[in-house]
Design a protein around this ligand. Structure first.
Ligand SMILES: Nc1ncnc2c1ncn2[C@@H]1O[C@H](COP(=O)(O)OP(=O)(O)O)[C@@H](O)[C@H]1O
Ligand SMILES: [Mg+2]
Length: 252
């Protein structure tokens, strides 16, 4: 469904991505791993439109989206979460999720200046959908709490719910288990697998927790120093000596 061809991106002398070519297949759960600084987050930033690449192309169902703004990509079915938790701390859990729904509305912010009946109906609909999502993510009982009062694990779930409120076809999760304890991590991996099958999602996940990655991913892309080192099934990647080497090399 998504193709990146020869992407490159640099920041003041750092080549964060070089000649990155990859494909995301509809319906798969794809892992992206690699040592710190490998370019994983930059890859997500470029794929979702936060940064423009210096070179290369991105195709969604064959359509060139390389120059589209992030909100346009959201409407085309691409949603994400961030490595550093980005929830609205002063809003309720429900409101956080509704923000994600707003991103896909035709009217956008322009019409929301006016309190028309159509807008109120839209708002009601969003609220209803957000409640259903919260139920699905096991957050129903905390829907009206301030997001900041939730446990870290639940705040991560709120961020996922907000991304899902945009009704994406593909969701990019950037280290969703970071900072979670083993029990939260286990529950998260079950949640991701369940959401994928219930919502027919395609999932691309960056994660340092190798057990989680090896456990749930059908395919893994390994990055190192801004490049795709290798890609394959968990079994193949696990045995590839270059992968271990990349991790050891980065420790020096
Ligand atoms: N906004 C930015 N400004 C400057 N340098 C950046 C920026 N984003 C990433 N980098 C640099 O690009 C490289 C890849 O970073 P990143 O994509 O965050 O790696 P990863 O997610 O694999 O740890 C690193 O050297 C990082 O410091
Ligand atoms: Mg990162």
């Amino acid at each position: 469904m998504l193709k990146a061809v020869s992407l490159s991106k640099h920041f003041m002398g750092i080549q964060a991505l070089s000649d990155v070519t990859l494909e995301v297949v509809q319906g798969e759960l794809l892992g992206v791993i690699g040592p710190n600084g490998a370019g994983k987050t930059t890859l997500f930033n470029v794929l979702t439109g936060l940064f423009a690449p210096d070179g290369g192309r991105i195709l969604l169902h064959g359509r060139d989206i390389t120059r589209l703004r992030p909100h346009r990509r959201i409407r085309l079915g691409m949603a994400r979460t961030f490595q550093n938790l980005e929830i609205f701390r002063d809003m309720s859990v429900l409101e956080n999720v509704m923000v994600g729904g707003h991103s896909r509305l035709r009217a956008g912010f322009g019409r929301s200046l006016f309190n028309t009946p159509a807008k109120r109906a839209e708002e009601r609909h969003l609220r209803e959908e957000a409640r259903m999502l919260l139920e699905r993510l096991g957050l129903r009982d905390v829907a009206d709490e301030q997001a900041v009062n939730l446990s870290y694990g639940n705040q991560r779930r709120v961020e996922i719910a907000r991304a899902l409120a945009a009704k994406p076809a593909v969701i990019f999760l950037d280290e969703p288990a970071a900072g979670m304890n083993p029990k939260e991590t286990e529950e998260l991996s079950e949640l991701i697998v369940r959401l994928k099958s219930e919502l027919g999602l395609t999932v691309v996940i960056i994660e340092h927790d190798m057990n989680l990655i090896m456990d749930i991913c059908q395919r893994i892309i390994v990055m190192a120093e801004g490049r795709v080192l290798t890609a394959g099934t968990p079994q193949v990647v696990r045995k590839d000596p270059r992968v271990l080497e990349a991790y050891l090399g980065s420790e020096e």
